[in-house]
Ligand binder design. Structure first.
Ligand SMILES: Nc1ncnc2c1ncn2[C@@H]1O[C@H](COP(=O)(O)OP(=O)(O)OP(=O)(O)O)[C@@H](O)[C@H]1O
Length: 319
């Protein structure tokens, strides 16, 4: 799959008077390739080129385009990657998008506790915006959360997004599955109808867990057959082994330090448990997450305050 994009030639696309030409290969997903696009006005953008094929019909790509275009028009706070335009030709459909420097996945190993909180907050505000517009993303993951060079988090990839008629709307579980690692447990029950919005909330919980662990190796899938997940959902995971095998967890490093850090740690673990709740009817909602202590506690200030005691450690003082 290394050279998957090399042979694809995309014709220049003009959007709002700017002519974009194909640049270097960035990456690929299940159905398409992503390229840098160089604008005639010296700006840069992205071409996301998708072939129409089984599992990726023209209708599906057009739905992605329309949802993403409509959200772009409404997004006054810059919480999603901008959809700039689209071109249809015999070889497929090319979306023209705002360029991001990195994915959240690519910066994971360098995150500080304060950045963990900052990116999680941005994610929750972004998902709140989507849900207000009656859109469920259904594929939130570290790779679909992009970072602009000034450190702004933006939500991308609306290929699996759903337009909802009501906030209570249910759909077949099979229609809502994105990356299995981020899928809520109810999605693994075949033939089930599921409420759609709590699926996004669950994915946000997995992202939070991974940000804090600075790793994407928590359980692989929240299935009844996965022993790690079974232990979690049956409440047999105590606080001390909450992070089984994750001695790198940055929030855990708070624990033995001052009382503010201790509070931040407890708020954090409590929130993860409220979001990654097996029963979707008891799972924390986006509104509840926003009012949670972990949102209010100032992680940056907590670390700064205890910094005097720990200043000898460059690692700790880097918040
Ligand atoms: N706007 C963008 N700016 C910069 N890089 C991007 C942008 N959009 C996507 N990418 C990069 O291209 C890669 C492929 O993106 P794409 O959306 O096609 O697939 P994916 O999200 O990785 O997988 P899938 O579509 O199968 O869920 C992403 O992992 C990301 O690194």
């Amino acid at each position: 799959m290394e050279n998957v994009g090399v042979a694809i030639k995309i014709r220049p696309i003009t959007v709002c008077g700017v002519k974009y030409t194909q640049g270097t290969f960035i990456g690929h997903g299940a159905f398409g390739t992503v390229w840098k696009a160089n604008g005639s006005d010296k700006t840069e953008a992205v071409f996301k080129h998708q072939k129409v094929q089984e599992g990726n019909t023209k209708l599906k790509i057009m739905q992605e385009y329309e949802i993403h275009r409509d959200l772009t028009a409404l997004d006054k706070s810059g919480q999603i990657i901008k959809m700039l335009g689209m071109s249809v030709n015999s070889k497929g459909i090319t979306l023209v998008l705002e360029l991001a420097e990195k994915t959240l996945h690519s910066v994971l190993s360098d995150l500080t506790p304060a950045e963990t909180q900052k990116y999680f907050r941005a994610l929750i505000f972004g998902v709140e915006f989507l849900h207000e517009q009656m859109i469920a993303h259904c594929d939130l993951s570290l790779k679909n959360l992009l970072i602009l060079d000034e450190g702004t988090l933006k939500i991308a990839d609306f290929g699996n997004a759903k337009r909802l008629a009501s906030k209570e709307q249910e759909m077949m579980s099979a229609d809502c599955r994105g990356n299995p690692q981020y899928c809520a447990p109810e999605l693994f029950e075949d033939g089930q109808m599921v409420k759609v919005l709590p699926l996004d909330t669950w994915s946000c919980g997995i992202v939070l867990l991974q940000l804090a662990q600075r790793s994407d190796r928590s359980w692989t899938q929240a299935t009844p057959h996965n022993r790690e997940y079974q232990r979690w959902s049956s409440g047999r995971t105590s606080n001390s082994d909450f992070w089984a095998g994750t001695d790198k967890c940055i929030m855990c490093k708070f624990y033995s330090l001052n009382s503010m850090r201790k509070a931040a740690y407890f708020h954090f673990t409590a929130l993860v448990k409220k979001i990654l709740c097996h029963d979707p009817t008891k799972r924390a909602t986006i509104a509840q997450i926003k009012h949670d202590q972990f949102f209010k506690v100032d992680v940056r200030a907590a670390i700064k305050r205890s910094g005097a005691a720990t200043r000898s450690s460059a690692k700790v003082s880097r918040y």
